[in-house]
Design a protein around this ligand. Structure first.
Ligand code: NDP
Length: 490
């Protein structure tokens, strides 16, 4: 028997009522205060300054970490330089063994790491448990395999490590970004000084424990916590030979300017404003799941998020209807609950940025849709949102919102889709939904984007390279390409 829309909406609500299913946290031991991980052990800071890191879902303090100063960073770089002498000469298969060991320990401590990542960053536990942590372990496993095969990866090019890599990472995928940076650097024979983001330092502190557990030689990995200033000490240190940065385009440009002329190698993985393009022959239900995953995954705190939906005019109406219904089934709330789809916004500052851009969208004339949902009293939250009536000139169509906000635009012909998709200063990713293989290839050839997903979105694998064009940065992470920025070749 066919259901009316009203009946099916009521049924959807009924079916999607779940009992609370919170993940246990009693197995996780977060220390009240952390030092810096330098020269193979946790040491007290020269700066003597600490700051709290909070749970964005409750605003409660979880722990205190060091705000490292220039002297602290210098100690970390010295430890890394000293370790480089032996680490770079260690037999490659022994280097691989350490990386395999780290990968195994990440797997063994995955439940704990998932809880820490969720509490410190606000992301749903099902994402940290099923995506962040397994992918982090997979990156170490994958690059462990390359450590003793560099000569085969780059035949007749005599691959040699560079020295100390200074790495600065953001708050949206704290452990995963750490793995993207540290695993290829170590596999190639470099040593590292890494600075996690101010709001999400805790999984890096657990990672420091894992390095000690793995008996990684002292100084091969060093972790200094702090805010932007600490990051600038890392990238500008004269003994740092290679800088790897993931974060905002604005800070990326600042870093590029600050190290120009120093001879340091640089990779920048910056923002994005990806188009997720749905043609009229696409399987609509599948596309709706891809759109939801593309923009609401990790509250939209994703550099490659499909934040601009380009939908062919002929199917705009049915697609939007399905999408709105799907949005009403998303569960927002306690990130530690295994049924939560939308967790907390990472910080008050990020929430304010999202609110500001959403207000600009309304003022400029776009139409906002948000499903009914209960917002918890404490913490930072933003409901899944979508804008229709969007013009390409609106800020919500041009700027990276980095939140659960989708801007919907329409197109009539494939050429128009290409033109609109590429009409952005960014070029990190894109998605194409169509039944025709030939159209996928035609579109992929024309997209100015580092990654083009076909009939899926936000799929990651350690073996495939990731990176951008234009204001999304340069250099690639992942795959054999991810080794290149950490090597000198003849
Ligand atoms: P930032 O680019 O400021 O932060 C990224 C990392 O760089 C953090 O570890 C940060 O430290 C550090 N940092 C900040 N300033 C400097 C500096 N001068 N030299 C060296 N390192 C520095 O991003 P925000 O956290 O401020 O987020 C702002 C916006 O950037 C977001 O709203 C989003 O649009 C975008 N963004 C994009 C990301 C991406 O993956 N493409 C990731 C994160 C943000 P700390 O945070 O500790 O101060």
């Amino acid at each position: 028997m066919a259901l009316t829309k009203k009946q099916s909406d009521a049924l959807a609500k009924q079916v999607f009522e779940y009992a609370p299913a919170p993940e246990a946290i009693d197995h996780v031991k977060i220390q009240p205060r952390y030092g810096l991980y330098i020269g193979g052990k946790m040491v007290a800071a020269h700066s003597k300054k600490h700051f709290p890191t909070i749970n964005p879902a409750t605003e409660k303090t979880l722990s205190e970490v060091v705000e490292a100063d220039e002297v602290d960073v210098d100690r970390a770089v010295k430890a890394a330089s000293k370790a480089f002498e032996s680490w770079s000469h260690l037999s490659a298969s022994r280097r691989a063994r350490y990386l395999f060991r780290i990968s195994r320990l990440l797997q063994e401590r995955s439940r704990e790491l998932a809880v820490v990542e969720t509490m410190d960053g606000g992301k749903p536990i099902k994402e940290s448990r099923d995506v962040d942590i397994p992918l982090s372990a997979a990156h170490f496993f994958y690059y462990a395999g390359w450590a003793d095969k560099l000569e085969w990866a780059f035949p007749n090019r005599k691959p040699r490590p560079l020295g100390v890599a200074g790495q600065v990472i953001p708050w949206n995928f704290p452990l995963l970004m750490l793995a993207w940076k540290i695993a290829p650097a170590l596999a190639a024979g470099n040593t590292v000084v890494l600075k996690p983001a101010e709001t999400t330092p805790l999984s890096a502190m657990v990672f420091a424990e894992i390095c000690m557990q793995a008996e990684l030689p002292p100084g091969v990995v060093n972790i200094v916590t702090g805010a932007g200033k600490t990051g600038s000490f890392v990238v500008s240190h004269p003994d740092v030979k290679k800088v790897a940065f993931t974060g905002s385009t604005e800070v990326g440009k600042m870093i590029q300017r600050s190290i120009a002329g120093t001879g340091k190698k640089l990779t920048l993985e910056l923002g994005g404003k990806a188009a997720n393009i749905v043609f009229e022959d696409a399987p609509l239900d599948q596309a709706v799941e891809g759109i939801v995953n593309g923009i609401y995954f990790n509250q939209g705190h994703v550099c490659c998020a499909g934040s601009r939906l380009l939908v062919q005019e002929s199917i705009a109406e049915p697609l939007l209807e399905k999408l709105k219904r799907r949005l009403s089934t998303l569960r927002l709330g306690d990130p530690l609950d295994k049924n939560t789809d939308i967790g907390a916004i990472n910080s008050r500052a990020q929430l304010e940025k999202i609110q500001g851009l959403v207000e600009s969208g309304i003022e400029e004339g776009a139409e906002l849709y948000q499903p009914e949902c209960v917002i918890p009293e404490r913490g930072f939250w933003f409901p899944p949102s979508l804008f229709t009536n969007v013009s390409q000139s609106y800020r919500i169509a041009r700027e990276e919102i980095f939140g659960p906000v989708l801007s919907v635009l329409t197109f009539r012909t494939p050429n128009e889709a290409v033109e609109k998709a590429n009409n952005t200063p960014y070029g990190l990713s894109a998605g194409v939904w169509t039944d025709k293989g030939s159209r996928i290839l035609w579109m992929a050839e024309r997209m100015r984007a580092g990654v083009v997903w076909a009939n899926t979105f936000n799929r990651f694998d350690p073996t495939s390279p990731f990176g951008g064009y234009k204001e999304s940065g340069f250099g690639r992470e992942g795959g054999v390409h991810g080794l290149l920025p950490y090597l000198e070749l003849n």
